[in-house]
Design a protein around this ligand. Sequence first.
Ligand SMILES: Nc1nc2c(c(=O)[nH]1)N[C@H]1C(S)=C(S)[C@@H](COP(=O)(O)OP(=O)(O)OC[C@H]3O[C@@H](n4cnc5c(=O)[nH]c(N)nc54)[C@H](O)[C@@H]3O)O[C@H]1N2
Ligand SMILES: Nc1nc2c(c(=O)[nH]1)N[C@H]1C(S)=C(S)[C@@H](COP(=O)(O)OP(=O)(O)OC[C@H]3O[C@@H](n4cnc5c(=O)[nH]c(N)nc54)[C@H](O)[C@@H]3O)O[C@H]1N2
Ligand SMILES: [Mo]
Length: 666
Amino acid sequence: MEHGRATRIQGDPGHPFTQGFLCAKVNRYLERTYHRDRLTTPLRRVGPKGSGQFERATWDEALDAIAARLNAIAQSSDGPQAILPYSYAGTMGLVQGASMDRRFFNLLGASQLDRTICSMAGTVGMKMTIGANTGADGEGLPQSDLVLLWGTNTLTANPHLWPFVRRAHENGARVVAIDPIRTRTADQCDEWIGIRPGTDAALALGMMHVIFAEGLEDDDYLARYTLGAAELRERAREYTPARVASITGIAEDRIMDLARAYGRAKAAFVRINYGLQRHAGGGMAVRTIACLPAVTGHWRRAGGGVQLSTSANFQFNRKALERPELSPPGRLINMIRLGEALTRSDAGVGGPPVKALVVYNSNPAAVAPDSNEVLRGLAREDLFTVVLEHFQTDTADWADWVLPATTQLEHWDVHYAYGHLYVTLNRPAIAPLGEAKPNSEIFRLLAARMGLKHPALQDDDVTIIRQSLDSTHEKMKGVTFDALMANGWARLNLPVPYVPFAEGGFPTPSGKCEFVSERMREMGLDPLPAFTPPYEFPENVPELAARFPLTLISSPRHQFLNSTFVNVESLRRNAEPEVLVHPRDAARRGIAEGMRVVVENDRGHFTGVAKVGDAVREGVVWAPSIWWMKLSPDHANANATTSQRETDMGHGPVFYDNLVEVSPAD
Ligand SMILES: Nc1nc2c(c(=O)[nH]1)N[C@H]1C(S)=C(S)[C@@H](COP(=O)(O)OP(=O)(O)OC[C@H]3O[C@@H](n4cnc5c(=O)[nH]c(N)nc54)[C@H](O)[C@@H]3O)O[C@H]1N2
Ligand SMILES: Nc1nc2c(c(=O)[nH]1)N[C@H]1C(S)=C(S)[C@@H](COP(=O)(O)OP(=O)(O)OC[C@H]3O[C@@H](n4cnc5c(=O)[nH]c(N)nc54)[C@H](O)[C@@H]3O)O[C@H]1N2
Ligand SMILES: [Mo]
């Protein structure tokens, strides 16, 4: 700090997991915080909707106008269910993203948002199988003898795991990437398996086929700690290497080799991530892979097992934070169907139309699927839109009011994690820039203006942090406010490494790893692991595939965090949106490196610059994301082509289950 200004940002070298280094984006957090375009005052729309014309206003004017309009809607015949909050990952802190905001909307009686956009398919898949979205501890990785980086671009999306992968490698572990794209992560592995998108469950079942056929399973673990081993064995019998090869596009001998390596390993670490569940069968894919370590008994040992997330280990007092009991019964609107919710007279789910949208911690115009429908909704003259933001994003351009929010340098918060087991405290380092306010404060002020008088709407941020830690759960023992103030972080009350299922103890209804799931049968799903094809699986939709033969993956660009950081010059580096095309696919279309191309399907189109290379499997194209539309050539990004369909479990998005055609732009 110098004269109240932050001058340097760094990681904590004493942190056992992050070890003092920052990812490419957060390294630039100061540049972003002090960016000349930071919003520093409330803004009132003056031009037509979407024109991006605003004038400065005072907080009093803004709060009065918003309170009056929200109250008018709540008291109209539509009622408060016509108000929809929209938030997700801008900050995942509990204070600024899952407490005062929730209390405010609960007490108001607004529609509830089903926050599915990232992880729900896999989360439910894990729940059905091992009981919760918990898994192997990354700190055990150095002890593993085989590492599968399966549907994870670790170096980009989870770089803090990498030193642990390296140590496993130094200790002799083979490291394999399973991904349709040879990402920078796959490039660093011993091997890249370029699987066809959306076919991972078939590969996992093929591995089980070989493991059972060759007697590589752990019969003792199966007998003691699993449910339905005989049925799984029968099911796996159907997935012969030949059949799996034709589904996954992986040669038979490679499937056999992978299966044998897995079956012979003592403690294979399977890092799956959310990329592989962004397909129709995403829940089933995660569930099927999650069965593997129970088949081979790898859960017994440190370094063995599967990890999708560690988040369900964090037992914060969510009820105290969110106060769900303050909400009258109401409707639930799935955030990935925002386009539909804003353009149907019953919001797509019954009840009143959405008349007010309050957006914070999210940029739905850019990140939600099927953006053309989202934009038609945001353009509605009768929709009242309020956006709490750091910057004038694609979404903020459609607002009636934009309110300046603080960054992590400027406010309090407390964070869980999804790749490790440490709680982090976020203390303000600098005063808010300009007139920016924390989300929590904005909702407190708005509640007061609207006459919502509940004491829960008056708690300050430090009180909220204390409430979050007020948990009787064993794993939270020792994670106190004082400990966090002293050290900045605190490990959950778990051994290092944490080996959760060495002796079973799965938090499922049966207490076992459930190969057969009665809950899934009740949901109308196949109770056993199975391959569920993508909606847009070329051989199942020949007519569509004739017009749109390529599968588009729009996973994160290394330098962006979803749509955050796209406006930071040192990270965008004058780059343009890129589309990676396999040389044979490019040749067929007359596409050459550097050529401008259009990516399209029936839902929409966007433009990019072609990169031609074999770092993507034939039939797949990669458009690193998520670009701001207004910083893209034709003001559109990959979500112009994605659909609002839902995954098999958890109502999640299918961003990468998306057929397109790519052609040279005229
Ligand atoms: N730099 C950076 N880091 C991030 C983010 C970011 O935007 N930028 N976002 C954060 C967030 S919110 C999330 S959810 C995570 C996302 O990070 P991940 O959970 O790792 O998910 P993705 O990056 O979407 O996809 C990971 C890999 O899966 C591959 N993939 C796609 N479909 C399939 C498939 O069917 N099978 C297999 N085997 N692989 C497939 C993709 O090609 C990609 O390389 O990262 C977090 N970290
Ligand atoms: N095509 C495609 N679409 C995707 C994905 C993909 O891989 N491909 N990934 C999906 C995934 S995994 C996710 S998680 C979502 C993420 O989508 P979002 O949840 O929208 O996340 P971001 O794009 O990072 O946008 C967050 C916004 O919140 C703002 N923000 C940050 N901190 C604060 C704060 O404290 N207060 C306020 N008021 N605002 C703040 C930032 O300035 C930013 O504009 O996108 C999804 N969309
Ligand atoms: Mo995400």
